[in-house]
Unconditional design. Structure first.
Lengths: 154, 154
C-alpha cells in the first residue's frame, strides 16, 4: 500500500478541501511536530519526506526523514521508543503535519530527556542564558545508542 | 537592545549547556512552533531568522520571518491578533524554538480558524481524505485582511 497524494490545484482546494495535497519543500521535506497525546507536551520537531509520511499513515507508527543520516527513520527502531500515532493533523496550506503520539518508554529525545525541549530562553535579556526546566533524564543515551554518532551537528 | 547568540563550539555546550547558540539553516531560518499557553493546542508552525528571534526575546511578542513576503513579521500587526509569549523554549540541538503564547482575539490562522491545524489525516488509508476537526471560523479573513495576497503557495 502506498498513500496517494493529490496534486495541488487551487488555494481553496488546499485550505478548505478534503484532499491530502502536501507541499514538500525544495529538499522534498515537510516539518513534523510531535506532541504527547496525553499531556499535550511538545516532544520533538523533525521532518518527513513523502515516503515517511506515507509510512506513518499506513502503519500508524511515526516515520521521519533523518537529515543527519539521510535515511528513512522509523522512530524507535534503535532505542525501542516507538511512537504510536493517535491522531495525525495537517495545517492550512498543507506544508506541516502534527502527530499526537503515545511513546513507548516515555522518552523522545536522544539526549535522554522526555522531550527535546528541556530549556527555557528567558525573555527581555540581551545575552540570554538558558534555564533548564527538566533536569532528570529518562534513559542513559550511552546505554541505548552505544557508539552511534550523535545526530546533533554544530 | 540586540540579543547576542553564542558561537556553537561543542555538542556538550549545545545540548547540555546554558548558552543560547541557535543553529540557523542555509536560509538563515529556524522553525518555530507556537502553542496556546493555556490549552496547549498547536496553533502554528513558522520560521524565524536571527532578527525575529532577537525581537521576540526582547519584546515578549512573537516575531517570525515571512517566507512568502520575505519580511520580518510581527504577528498581529495586520490582524490585531498579537501573540504574547508566556514561555519560550529551545530544543536539544538548538535548531528549533517553541513559543507558548496568549493570542489576542483567540485566532492564529489566516484562514480564520483558531488553529492552523483544523483537519485530520485518517490513518490506514491509501487515498487519505481529510476530516475537519474544527468547522467554525473565529473571524472572516476577508474582513481582516481585505485584498492582501493569500500567503498560501501552490
Amino acid at each position: 500500500m502506498t498513500t496517494k497524494f493529490a496534486a495541488r490545484t487551487s488555494i481553496e482546494q488546499v485550505e478548505e478541501g478534503n484532499d491530502l495535497a502536501p507541499k514538500f519543500d525544495a529538499n522534498g521535506l515537510i516539518p513534523a511536530v510531535t506532541t504527547d497525546a496525553h499531556t499535550g507536551e511538545l516532544l520533538m520537531v523533525s521532518h518527513m519526506n513523502a515516503e515517511a509520511l506515507s509510512k506513518t499513515i499506513e502503519t500508524g507508527e511515526a516515520h521521519y526523514w533523518s537529515r543527519s543520516r539521510q535515511a528513512l527513520w522509523h522512530k524507535g527502531a534503535t532505542s525501542g521508543l516507538v511512537q504510536t500515532v493517535k491522531e495525525l493533523m495537517i495545517d492550512d496550506d498543507q506544508d506541516c503535519v502534527w502527530l499526537k503520539v503515545d511513546v513507548a518508554g516515555g522518552a523522545s529525545c536522544h539526549v535522554g530527556y522526555r522531550s527535546c525541549f528541556y530549556r527555557r530562553i528567558p525573555l527581555g535579556e540581551d545575552a540570554a542564558h538558558l534555564e533548564f526546566t527538566d533536569t532528570e533524564k529518562v534513559f542513559d543515551p550511552k546505554q541505548v545508542y552505544g557508539d552511534a554518532p550523535n545526530p546533533t551537528k554544530l
